[in-house]
Design a protein around this ligand. Sequence first.
Ligand SMILES: Nc1nc2c(ncn2[C@@H]2O[C@H](COP(=O)(O)OP(=O)(O)OP(=O)(O)O)[C@@H](O)[C@H]2O)c(=O)[nH]1
Ligand SMILES: [Mg+2]
Length: 584
Amino acid sequence: MRQSVLSDSQAKFLREEKETLAGVQLALSKLDLPREALDSLQKAILQLDELFLIVIAGEFNAGKSALINALLGERVLAEGATPTTSRVTLVHWGERPAEQVVDEGFAIFAHPLPLLKELNIVDTPGTNAIIRQHERLTAEFIPRSDLVLFVTSADHPLTESERQFLERILAWGKKIVFVLNKVDIFENDTALLEVRDFILKHTATILGDQPQLVPVSAKLAQRALSESDPAERARLRSLSRLDDLEQFISASLDDVTRLQLKFNNPLGVAERLIEQAAQSLTAQSESINEDKVTADSLETVITAYERDLLSELPPRLAEVENILYRLEQRGIDFFDRTLRLTNVQNLMRGDKIRGEFEKQVLTDVPQQIEEQVQRLIDWLVQKDLHEWQQVMSYLQRRQAQNMEHLVGEGYGPRETRRRELIDTVGTSVQTIVETYNRNEEARELAASVETAVAQTALLEVGAVGLGTLVSIAVLSSSVDITGVIAAGTMAILGFFVIPYKRKQAKDSFKEKMLALRTKLLGALTTQFNNERESVIARLKDGVAPYTRYVRSERERIDASEAVLVNLRQNISTLRARAEIVLKK
Ligand SMILES: Nc1nc2c(ncn2[C@@H]2O[C@H](COP(=O)(O)OP(=O)(O)OP(=O)(O)O)[C@@H](O)[C@H]2O)c(=O)[nH]1
Ligand SMILES: [Mg+2]
């Protein structure tokens, strides 16, 4: 924009606007918007320094090119009853008329008309033309434009394609003014008013408020230009109502209106992009919320599993403890019964006593303990498989939901990555479940428990029980039993030695049992705790990529939403500031 027309405060505002918009653009560039969308903002920002830009849009044959020709006062652009304009054409000031075809979709036209020193005009192919340049038009020129003149023809006002086009450009927050062309076809004013009301009514529903409408006849205006009789020329010119349009355009070019449109132009574009980013974030957020539900369910499953494991161990270990407790009771009874004077003869026979001990005390304790441990192992293995199945079913359900979304719906790279991740995690969990070999797992676990338990030498109880005990009790006694018996000092043996040895044997047995209990239960506890930690860690690791992703996505979306709130705030502050500097 020519800086000379700006007051100091306006020039300052313009700098601020550019700076803020550059910030907005940078922030938006981190939010997954299509490249073209960001480009359009970039162009709208650059347009702040350009001449006022009017884009002429409308259906083919509406008379867009004819209208520009009438404004230029010369038939410089091609007109025709069939689709004629095939390129978006920028008309700007130049010393001589000249056309430059840039590519198949874009041409530049120079013309010495003074009005073009104030503004640039863009002629466009019809909204319904076979050769459509809509993408270029909507993505490139609509965002850059300061004003859109929407030309609709009196013989088919506001067609369906025009309506659709209007809706597409509306999102850019542009000022749109309607030009009702070819009013020369109306026989009287009533017909004109009828069409006018029709257009206003229908556009109001699209635009939200009553738009401006200027009726003209490009044809009569052109005829006036070539008319040599001044009176007739004036009549045709008046009938053409082109003066109204010219007046409207120059009013739009008055400083305040032009600046207002200029300043607001990139703001509308930025707002549209913010909305676009917000919509995309909402969709992502909904999707990640569903993932969050799944991830939370997985976490609940794992936590509950851990709790189960924790609560299951103590009662099972208590069973083992019971077995040991009963063993101890039997042992004590055994010593009470066996280490007696009356039994002195038997005591002499270590192997017999050992046999009795094994039969009466030890019985099947090792097997009982083994069974108990085996049951715990089976339970653990069964439970582990069940938990993996649970996790799998949650992930499969989520995969199925994805499949539903997939039907007929396009999605971006982020969404693709998300689906892939769920699929990968889902598939690896499924593989674990499918290849889960219970026997193998149980065998491995049993082997590891066995190693731990073996160190506690459960069977030593038998050996300890007798090999040592009997010798402690009797054989290694400092008293020579045979001598004692022979000497008839049975009383000494009966009253002092045997009870003393019995007590010693029982104490030693209790001690051994305590050590055994501590070692065995300790070993089992450690072993199963290790096992618990490792199955939980395995489960957590299995779903970790998914839960981690859900968490980081949630954080990213929340942060992005906060950024958008900020950007919206920036734009509305700029709008308010624009109002203020324009009033000064
Ligand atoms: N009766 C009448 N005919 C007009 C008027 N303006 C243009 N026409 C005719 O309508 C036809 C289409 O005019 P163009 O200017 O080529 O229309 P356009 O909107 O540029 O069409 P495309 O370039 O194909 O999109 C031509 O035959 C013009 O002569 C008018 O005011 N009244
Ligand atoms: Mg044309």
